[in-house]
Write a protein that binds this ligand. Structure first.
Ligand code: SF4
Length: 112
């Protein structure tokens, strides 16, 4: 399963972490096991991310930082798009993610 590029339709923004939006399916409460999507311009589905790390290695402008997600069934760290405002839309992270957990759409950033 890949990240839903239309997540704005089916998810609700329920908060922020370091000025990065947190989106939950249908606005339901998030848990250790259900982490939702983090980011808007650069969106990472934490429930798919398995901490491969290719996005951190390849991003030319260091958008991502590791965050701890203890208890999550896929991985206990995740690639958080902490500096998504620096993104230059090269799409490298989208291409290298082995589980298609990342979607980048610059037009989305201005819609919230
Ligand atoms: S699209 Fe490029 S610049 Fe933007 S987060 Fe991904 S790798 Fe970094």
């Amino acid at each position: 399963m890949a990240i839903d590029p239309e997540f704005e339709q089916s998810y609700e923004q329920i908060g922020e972490n370091d000025d990065v939006a947190i989106w939950s399916p249908d606005g339901e409460e998030l848990t250790e096991e259900k982490q939702g999507i983090h980011g808007t311009h650069v969106a990472v589905d934490f429930d798919i991310c398995l901490a491969d790390g290719a996005c951190l290695e390849d991003c030319p402008v260091d958008v991502f930082e590791w965050v701890d997600t203890p208890g999550h069934p896929e991985s206990e760290i995740k690639a958080h798009p902490t500096h998504e405002e620096q993104c230059i839309d090269c799409m490298l992270c989208v291409d290298v993610c082995p589980v298609d957990a990342i979607d980048v759409d610059p037009s989305r950033a201005g819609r919230i």
